[in-house]
Design a protein around this ligand. Sequence first.
Ligand code: SF4
Length: 339
Amino acid sequence: MTPLTNYHSVSSGTAPARFLTTSSILIPADFDSDASLADLWSLHDDAMATFDRSERTKELERTKEPEGTTLLDLKIKIADRMLENCHFCDRRCGVNRRKGELGYCRIGAVSRYASEFLHYGEEPELVPSHTIFLSGCTFSCVYCQNWEISTNPDLGVPVLPEDLARIAVVNHSLGARNLNFVTPTPHLHSVLRILRILARMGVNTPIVWNSNMYHSEEAAKLLSGVVDVYLGDFKYGNDECAKRYSDADHYMATVTRNFLCAYDDSEILLRQLVLPGHVECCTAPIIEWVRGHIPDIRFHLMFQYRPAHLAHRYPEINRTLSEGERELATRLAGEGVRR
Ligand code: SF4
């Protein structure tokens, strides 16, 4: 299948976004607020089986939201519980963000966003993309080009789901081809709430999850049936480089697990930002892994690296790419991975 086929159907309005299907599946028994997390997951897994059946025969009629508690409501409920013992990402800090405790990302219970606009700088399939830059990040990339946003979780405007949903509707009517959440993982609970409002309004737009793919296994289960395109970074080909430049542990196990899950669930646009001096240790093994495991995705090899933020402290990446590095990466990608 051509990469992003379903995305194009949703974007052109001939198929429903996946969150609309999720919000049309009723949970047979209403969950009470004291239900254990294990019970909620059990309900979730049963409802996801219904979702999988609905996906196979999806029709636009199903975009009407039914009366009652839906699978999307249940996902919101579970996300709220996860926030009280935060394991949205694989750092699994276990803090109660609702009570003001802060984990590695220092993001509180209330999400904030630094900006939102119709973005024309994303991949051609995506533009114009209504892009919402959420504040903070679960990584600490020393070369981050958005470091003013990623290192400042208190930056910007608090997310009021009703307001952002209204803004999304306006941008949809202005021609946005999708709704693109940037650095969304620590904000999963807020993103799901925005989608519930959009579902009630009957807005049909593809959801783009623009992330470092470092979310937890549980977060991946909540995303399943919600995301139309995983716009995922695959930054490193080994754990040592991930630790050195992003302070991320067990990177390969986490990110490959999440890409496999995403592949199973929906469509992927994978970004590989080529780092200077890292074609052999990062770009090449990533290409190899993609070829062997998720071969027919949309693969975007990116050459726009420039040393930003703290890159000057790391002499080996304190430069732009050489022509030779671009050529080698291009040749490697061309040998087996669709670009
Ligand atoms: S999102 Fe990740 S880094 Fe932030 S508190 Fe939760 S587990 Fe920790």
